[in-house]
Each structure stands twice: as structure tokens, then as C-alpha cells.
Write a protein that binds this ligand. Structure first.
Ligand SMILES: *[C@@H]1O[C@H](CO)[C@@H](O)[C@H](O)[C@H]1NC(C)=O
Ligand SMILES: *[C@@H]1O[C@H](CO)[C@@H](O)[C@H](O)[C@H]1NC(C)=O
Length: 148
């Protein structure tokens, strides 16, 4: 009896944990690429539960992480960006954007952001198939001169 139960539980978990997420949760990647020439961008991304910490993104490089969309679909990540006395803060992933990131990898969908001198672009793969500008940089405010 115990042995059967054990085997059942094992198969259940084994079949459904494909990409590190339980079968009822979707996996997403957030990918942030900087094409700012000759300068680093500092960013700090967070969700309600996770602080990914401060990260230096160098030119033509990517910063990427993945997560399992919570069952309530309430997962939200926001990032604070700093570059050359400019900053910006916005949501890089929420459940609505999740629907717009249908461009996939076998393990999950990717939400792509591009950081440029003139602002921030989101890649919309379905309706437009191109980068759409979403935000401008703004001058650093006195209250947030330090990273974090
Ligand atoms: C960008 O960051 C890298 C790694 O932290 C550092 O080696 C490099 O000097 C930085 N470049 C600039 C332009 O600040
Ligand atoms: C997610 O963000 C987008 C873009 O800012 C916004 O239009 C949408 O209403 C947000 N969705 C949720 C569930 O907050």
C-alpha cells in the first residue's frame, strides 16, 4: 500500500515538473538587453517576494531571470534603472504582459526589454512583431541618488 502510494506520488511529481515549475504554473523569462554605447546601466529588479539585487548591465549584454507565474497570476516584477544621471522605474512583468510575451522557448515564454539612450522598449511578438517604446529616461531625482 505504502509502496504504491510512493510510486504514484513519484510519477505525479516527475511527470509534471517539466521546467522547474509545477504543471499548473507557467514559466517565464524576463530578458533585459542594453544597447547603450560605451556605458553601463545599473538596475535593481524586485517582486513582492524577491529582491534580485543591484546588477550592472554592460553594453550589448543581457540580464535575465526566470520564475514560475504564481497560481493567482499575481506575479509582478519591477525594475529601477540608472544611467548617466538618469533613472526610471516601471513594471517589467505583470500578468497582462505575460499574455503579450508569447514568444517562447521550449521551457517558457520570454518577456523582452531593450534599454537604449532614448528610452525603454518592450518586444511585442504577436500583433506588431517589433520593439515598442514604453518609457523615457528621466533625470535622477534628489531623493534617489544612491542605487537601491
Ligand atoms: C562597466 O562595468 C564593468 C563591470 O562592472 C566594468 O569593468 C567597466 O569598467 C564598466 N564600464 C564603464 C564605462 O563604467
Ligand atoms: C500591466 O502593465 C501594463 C503596462 O503598464 C498595463 O497596461 C496593465 O494594465 C498591467 N496589468 C496589470 C494586471 O496590472
Amino acid at each position: 500500500m505504502m509502496k504504491k502510494l510512493f510510486i504514484f506520488v513519484f510519477i505525479f511529481l516527475g511527470l509534471n515538473v517539466v521546467n522547474g515549475c509545477p504543471f499548473f504554473l507557467s514559466k517565464y523569462f524576463v530578458n533585459i538587453h542594453s544597447s547603450i554605447h560605451n556605458d553601463n546601466v545599473t538596475l535593481r529588479c524586485q517582486s513582492k517576494d524577491d529582491d534580485l539585487g543591484s546588477h550592472v548591465l554592460s553594453p550589448n549584454n543581457d540580464y535575465e531571470w526566470s520564475f514560475c507565474q504564481s497560481f493567482s497570476r499575481a506575479t509582478l516584477f519591477f525594475c529601477h534603472f540608472w544611467w548617466n544621471n538618469n533613472e526610471q522605474i516601471f513594471d517589467v512583468f505583470n500578468s497582462t504582459m505575460g499574455e503579450w510575451c508569447r514568444e517562447g522557448r521550449p521551457e517558457g515564454d520570454i518577456c523582452r526589454w531593450l534599454v537604449r539612450e532614448d528610452g525603454f522598449y518592450f518586444y511585442e511578438p504577436i500583433e506588431y512583431g517589433r520593439w515598442l517604446k514604453q518609457y523615457y529616461w528621466k533625470p535622477v531625482s534628489k531623493t534617489s541618488l544612491t542605487y537601491g
